[in-house]
Design a protein around this ligand. Sequence first.
Ligand SMILES: Nc1ncnc2c1ncn2[C@@H]1O[C@H](COP(=O)(O)OP(=O)(O)OP(=O)(O)O)[C@@H](O)[C@H]1O
Ligand SMILES: [Mg+2]
Length: 380
Amino acid sequence: MRYALAGASAVAALLLREVLGPAFRTHYPYHTVWLAVVFSAWYCGIGPSIFSITVSIAGIWYLFLPPYHSLLGKSHTEVLGVLSFLAFSAIIVALGESNRRLALKRKKAEEELRRAQTELEERVRQRTAALETMKEAARNLSVRIMNLQDDERRRIARGLHDSLGQYLTALKINLDMFGATGPREAAVAEECNSIVQKCLAETRTISHLLHPPLLDEAGFGSAARWYVDGFAERSGLEVELDLPAKLPRLSRDLELTLFRAVQEALTNVHRHSESSWVQIRLVLDATQVRLTICDNGKGIPAQKLSRILEGGAGAGVGLGGMQERVRELGGSLQIESSGKGTALTITMPRLEPTSVAAEVLFPATEDGLASSEPLPESAA
Ligand SMILES: Nc1ncnc2c1ncn2[C@@H]1O[C@H](COP(=O)(O)OP(=O)(O)OP(=O)(O)O)[C@@H](O)[C@H]1O
Ligand SMILES: [Mg+2]
């Protein structure tokens, strides 16, 4: 192909010289073939260039050097002219060839670079996809673990309430009977009774903290109020709870997520913020639920905050877990924090309860469930 191109360029140059004959007359026999030489040297390589030069010289020799249309009888000047043409052509071919090789090398290097870049991009894409899959799996796993933890808490709470609570109640009845047998027995029974009473109260409080029955029976509003009252009393924090006057029931998962968020946020305020005040506000509209929890404490250290916001570990699992729970329900958690305090804002789609009858796990106790007894140390 390259030989054909070079030959064609030489023939075209000779034809052009022929066409320009009337203008050039006997002068400038080489003018047009320079074009063919340059073209061949630039684009076709050494072999085709030599071929093009040979065709050009043969054509010029035969057609444009006197005596015309003859191969013999040329003068010394013409022979010298041909030799000069050959020498300059050789220089042009050498320059063209080195340029052509450089261009080829550059093209090859560019191609290799492009291939390496494509390969790298593909590898990055695969790694990113794998990372995303792993992240998604980790997220699913942590949501599953939290759900299992919720179920476990429910079960332990029910076990504490149903079995331990009932045994303690039976023990109390027996103690009352034992106390009736004599004055000395009455004194011992009274002392034992007060211990059993404390055990009962503690058992009930722990059981309710693990999973407040009010949450299932009466909804987030009542459970939050019960929890906040106990927490404020025990921790000494001033807690403002601002709920809608008529708070309708929401889906079980949504109420549980809101409740666990309040639990975690209050614990964080107590443990980390050095704040003396905290405000919890719930706002509902037709489609969304927004829970904000603000304190006026020292704030989350900037580095920790950016790690938490990026979805990485931020020292503990509380805020991360909260984020996962909220995300699982299609919502988002926003954290704003500075030296003047911290504000958590949870926005979630409003999900209605799936069944009218809320799951009741605990029979109501005779003295009501919204106990204002002090919380055990673990709750604060
Ligand atoms: N209200 C707050 N005020 C100041 N710092 C906070 C507040 N809430 C969280 N932090 C900071 O953010 C970090 C992460 O909180 P997170 O609840 O995720 O973990 P934790 O409370 O340390 O441990 P865990 O909740 O797992 O028991 C905390 O260690 C604390 O430094
Ligand atoms: Mg925490």
